[in-house]
Write a protein that binds this ligand. Structure first.
Ligand code: COD
Ligand code: ATP
Length: 200
């Protein structure tokens, strides 16, 4: 059973593509969901976040995401500190979910925004990159998160450039067009995937 690593830049359309892939029967393991589980209310992960970032890191028992986001996307050292708390836990959660999906005989999609940044290529069989040029990434991120251009640019700058991810991909899914066009691209990529993997 093959494992696809799905990545791209922030707001390039990974979640949109992973929903379409669910529709084709793939099991999707999502790093953003796992990263929330890693610091859920009452968890050891959240305790560590409080130890490092202080009491303001929590609001109503939950991690104060806007506060932490504003800190870490403007300071690489703080980002590294948060990553070192959350990423090992995310890897553990995702490995369990992946194993369960494979045991059920499913093709698996690992949706991992930081796949290249964290050198996780070897944990998947092939990498699909959801690509949009950076100006569209900025535009969609500002719109989705109701964010200033400055805040959106800081988030984009905290990741490997989208052009670099595109260059390294096994499969590129272009999401520069409308949603209908994206659906067609995904359909084609899925057909080619099954041709490669089920023909022999
Ligand atoms: C900083 C946090 C609190 C901001 O929360 P917020 O709800 O605003 O954003 P959300 O978690 O939905 O992330 C949105 C996107 O931001 C990007 N992103 C998130 N964390 C990081 C990071 N540490 N470095 C680079 N990009 C990141 C990803 O593309 C992600 O898909 C949160 O992103 C977080 O806990 N990040 C650390 C864990 C992490 O690296 N998650 C990403 C994949 S494991
Ligand atoms: N083809 C498209 N045309 C217009 N808007 C789109 C298109 N594809 C996605 N979007 C919108 O762009 C935003 C980003 O898409 P999505 O949330 O799927 O990205 P993502 O890569 O999962 O983001 P993140 O890295 O933050 O998890 C969303 O608001 C989504 O509705």
């Amino acid at each position: 059973m093959k494992v696809i690593g799905l990545t791209g830049g922030i707001a390039s359309g990974k979640s949109t593509v992973s929903e379409l892939l669910r529709g084709y029967g793939f099991a999707v393991v999502d790093a953003d969901v796992a990263s929330r589980t890693a610091v859920a209310a009452g968890s050891d992960g959240l305790q560590e976040v409080i130890a490092v970032f202080g009491g303001e890191a929590v609001i109503d028992g939950e991690m104060n995401r806007p506060y932490i986001g504003q800190l870490v996307f403007n300071d690489p050292e703080k980002r590294a500190a948060l990553n070192s708390i959350i990423h090992p836990r995310v890897r553990e959660i995702m490995a369990l979910e992946k194993r369960a999906a494979l045991q059920n005989g499913r093709y698996v999609v690992m949706d991992i925004p930081l796949l290249y940044e964290n050198k996780l290529e070897a944990t998947v069989d092939e990498v699909w990159v959801v690509y949009v040029p950076e100006h569209l990434q900025l535009e969609r991120l500002m719109k989705r998160n109701d964010m200033t251009q400055e805040a959106a640019a800081a988030r984009i700058a905290s990741q490997l450039a989208i052009e670099e991810k595109k260059a390294r991909a096994d499969v590129v899914i272009d999401n520069s067009g409308d949603l209908q066009t994206l659906e067609q691209h995904v359909k084609k990529a899925v057909e080619q995937f099954f041709e490669r993997n089920e023909k022999k």
